[in-house]
Design a protein around this ligand. Sequence first.
Ligand code: X2X
Length: 332
Amino acid sequence: MHRRVVLAAATSLPLVALGRGARGAEFSYKYASNLPAAHPLNVHAEAAAKRIGEASQGRLEIQVFPNNQLGSDTDALSQLRSGALEFFTLSGPILATLVPAASINGVGFAFKDYAEVWQAMDGPVGAYVRGEIAKHGLYAFEKIWDNGYRQITSATRPIRAPEDLAGFKIRVPVSPLWTSLFKAFGAAPASINFSEVYSALETRIVDGQENPLAIIETAKLYEVQKYLCFTNHMWDGYWMLANPGALHRLPDDLQALVAREFNRAALEERADVARMNASLGATLKGQGMTVFETDPAAFRARLRQAGFYQEWQKRLGPEAWGALQSVVGPLA
Ligand code: X2X
């Protein structure tokens, strides 16, 4: 403070231009994501960062690093925990490698529609998971960002019924829930970080993968996949995570500003993703994919038969499972 005043007097520059780090801000933080810059996740993180920069008059600068620029999800999560990275969006069931309860949004066919998703995730399920994230030494902002309902793509054969998944080599995220889900279908899941997915498909290490339409489009997976099968087998979302030390180092007004803008951006991102996912089926068809509808009841029955719901009820425990069922009704 003294130094600033002295410098300001000596040079007659405005105070705001002084007392800042090399990049010109009091706090220069980084945000990382695993998705291409064009995906609404990054578009709205960028918009939030801009608003935060303006509203803080440059005191807090947040640089956005899309597309795994700072490393894979596995790398970024460890950077976040050590404090080398301040903000990171991570899918719940991947975060579950650290916080087991965060798997819960990925339970197969748990949510019948988006109304149920937000009722659960902005309500009792989200509150429970955020509490567990805090117990494991990270901070999660209130509003989860939308990844979306996931659809299976394939280079070799369409997946029209659960039988088609038998022995199918499918990439899944690095996550016990995802592996368990596709084993229950009788598939051969391979755990691969998203940073490696395009090349794993291109080189045929795997025959297929599953992701929401907004990702299949923005990551150009249609270039290396032929069939698009609407399975809607799970809903996935991204927790906006912070390193708690970095967050609490900010003065109270900046902490409140970050929370307000990230939560607002999450709601705006949800609206964009929903809009995109409603129209992208036709776009992807135009880009050469062959599209199939499926019967979700048949897939769900297969999970039930395989004991998937009993297993995850046990693994997640009565509190988490109870919170989920309080919104979606009985699952098993
Ligand atoms: O890894 C994936 O498939 C992605 C991008 O959807 C997630 O982050 C879960």
